[in-house]
Design a protein. Sequence first.
Length: 330
Amino acid sequence: MTADSGLFRLSAPQSSFQVEQDLPRLGVGGRSRIESDIKIKEDGRTSSENLLGERGLKVTFWGVRGSFPCPRLSHIRYGGNTSCVSVQCGNQSIVFDAGTGIRGFGQWLMQRSQRRLHVLLSHVHWDHINGFPFFDPVYKSDFNIHVWAGSLSQQGQSIQAIMSQQMQGPTFPISLESLPASLQFTDFKAGDTFDLEGGIRIRTTALAHPNHATAYRVEYQGASFCYVTDTEHREGTLDPGILSLIRGADLVVYDSTYTDAEYATRVGWGHSTWQEGVRLAVAADARRLAIFHHDPDHDDDFMDQVAAEAANLWPGAFVATEGAVIELTG
Ligand SMILES: [Zn+2]
Ligand SMILES: [Zn+2]
């Protein structure tokens, strides 16, 4: 079963059909912006390791839902797992958020030789961390995993304590402290910039969300990727922190939980709209927008409609699907 979004083809996960094709050229702000250097391939779980060698970013969507998982037939084409996106930078792995999608990433990683990775958390609401206890690498002593969070120290909290609390009995039988993997935890302040090994630069900014959240930008070998969820916009005002973070980025993943029409009855709920994502991406001269953090109430038919309307509004926008892989070479 396939559907054509106008940008790339979507195929059901059970299909063996594979797609790898160049995206069409885009006309943004009066000029063509997309060259043939971005590719989308279905089903990252079957793609080869280190596809890009030492250059570029490979982005894989392991979970694209917000709030809670929805493993239902009506949602299967876009996917039911909660937030998790991995970014391969040469031989380094970064994973954004540890929602239920991280289980698939862990299974993929177990088949590879890589044993060190960074987990960058937007925040610690359940849909962004509750896959962590089911992330296979934490049960292997040869893994070295560094977990980062940018919005807790200002609240008198630490990421290590929060992750430990979510794995305590009687709600979970295995403690964080007993995990075999080598785990490291770092709290930073949203707005900080830091470098990871291998020439990877991470920039961050604070988001508007209950209990706070942090957005990230990865820069590596001339390519740039931004992860911006969860956040609420103010109508009529583009968030200056987000605008600065995503300026000129190759790909922006954005909290698009609602449509503009729905948002009118959801003010204060902490989330944004795909139309606001387009407004930000266009204003910041970004190249592509991934509509992300889908509302569980939005089934495949609804998301098909969003995909069509978004592509019509701005050809740089597409709806993130679980399993999709995007290569950015800067
Ligand atoms: Zn969320
Ligand atoms: Zn949240």
